[in-house]
Design a protein around this ligand. Structure first.
Ligand code: MG
Length: 376
């Protein structure tokens, strides 16, 4: 089933201010149109962008892209008709028609509209009106309006392609949207749940609201870390920042804190910023015997510089001895202090490997860690 979307971007958008049509104004670091295009691009097979003949730069820019371009018409309906015509011969069965000024439309709404077209000729998101409605004149309430059957219309509005082409051809003009055109042609329009965040940028203050919506979308990153250090001579080990008396020590270029190294690498991993060895080469003598908290502090600072907050870390130490349990809480407290986190954001636990393998034969200690970072 071939699906397409038409994004109507030929309007002049003067009410939103800013001196250029609103679809070309910046919103959270990108143009409004770029946000909107990304929302639809991944969801359908073809995207038509309807552009005003006056917007020469976007014509030149998008001509090199995967988009199908169509010229704006004398009014919105004319632009939609040009967009529909641009899809001729592509075998499109379902078409979504979307306002470029709704850049916050969710993947859920797009999917709901496309799916509803399996069983309906037309479908569109509607938001039930929850505020009481008044009828007024000037500054006086003259009456109330029953809201129980009222919906705020949103886009994308979806249609069977042939049906909406015929409906537009038969319409005499002046419709507020494509649902009105479809209904005039006798199509039943199914309502899917809209979303208050799917706002249409109309007034200057709408930009701030859209930025808040786009800016709070979750960017969550996970990373894992794994490290091993070999036992050698010594009378203590340092694990997760805690010195533990032991009949042997761990060998390594730094203080060989295998747990802290795994946590550090998990943070670098979440950031896709390599590993400890890249940031602190073992060949560099200045890190000989270094306290591993230097590495951990560096990874935490890098996360912060890149705009991420560490949500939690989880570290598992694999060894038969020393016993970790009695020290686990102190380790959590020590690492949380270094990372500027609460102890309940840091987990340290241990397992043996049932005397199997190098950890089971007490030849060394292994550690695994996971870190979760959230864009702040
Ligand atoms: Mg190491």
């Amino acid at each position: 089933m071939t699906t397409a979307a038409i994004i109507v971007a030929a309007g002049r958008g003067i009410r939103a201010g800013g001196g250029v049509p609103k679809q070309w104004r910046s919103l959270a670091g990108r143009r409004v149109a770029d946000w909107t295009l990304d929302r639809l691009r991944g969801a359908v097979d073809h995207v038509v962008l309807v552009l005003s003949e006056d917007d020469r730069a976007p014509w030149d820019e998008f001509r090199k892209s995967d988009l199908i371009l169509a010229p704006g018409g004398a009014d919105r309906a004319g632009s939609v008709r040009n967009g529909l015509q641009a899809l001729t011969g592509l075998g499109v069965e379902k078409v979504l028609i979307h306002d470029v000024a709704r850049p916050c439309v969710s993947a859920r709404i797009i999917k709901d509209v496309i799916e509803a077209l399996n069983t309906h000729q037309a479908a569109a998101p509607g938001l039930a009106v929850t505020d009481a409605l008044w009828v007024g004149s000037e500054d006086t309430v003259k009456g109330v309006q029953d809201r129980s059957s009222l919906f705020a219309a949103q886009t994308p509005q979806g249609f069977h392609y042939d049906a909406i082409v015929a409906a537009h051809a038969a319409h005499s003009g002046g419709a507020a949207d494509d649902v009105e055109v479809a209904r005039a042609a006798g199509l039943d329009v199914h309502i899917v749940p809209g979303d208050a965040d799917n706002l249409k940028i109309t007034r200057p203050e709408d930009f701030a609201r859209a930025e808040r919506i786009l800016g709070t979308e979750m960017d969550v990153r996970l990373g894992n870390g794994y490290d091993v250090h070999r036992f050698g001579d010594g009378d203590h080990v340092i694990l997760c920042g805690i010195k533990i008396p032991h009949s042997r020590g761990l060998q390594g270029h730094s203080d060989a804190d295998v747990g802290m190294h795994a946590v550090t690498d998990a943070i670098y991993g979440a950031l896709a910023q390599g590993d400890i060895g890249q940031h602190f080469p073992p060949s560099d003598p200045q890190w000989k015997g270094a306290a591993s908290e230097i590495f951990l502090r560096h990874a935490v600072a890098l996360a912060s510089d890149m705009g991420y907050a560490i949500s939690n870390v989880d570290c598992t130490l694999v060894c038969e001895f020393p016993k970790i349990g009695p020290h686990a809480l102190t380790m959590r407290e020590e690492m949380s202090k270094i990372m500027g986190l609460r102890a309940d954001q840091v987990s340290v636990k241990a397992t043996t490997s049932e005397r199997l393998g190098f950890t089971g034969r007490s030849e060394g200690i292994a550690a695994l860690a996971t870190a979760c970072l959230v864009k702040s």
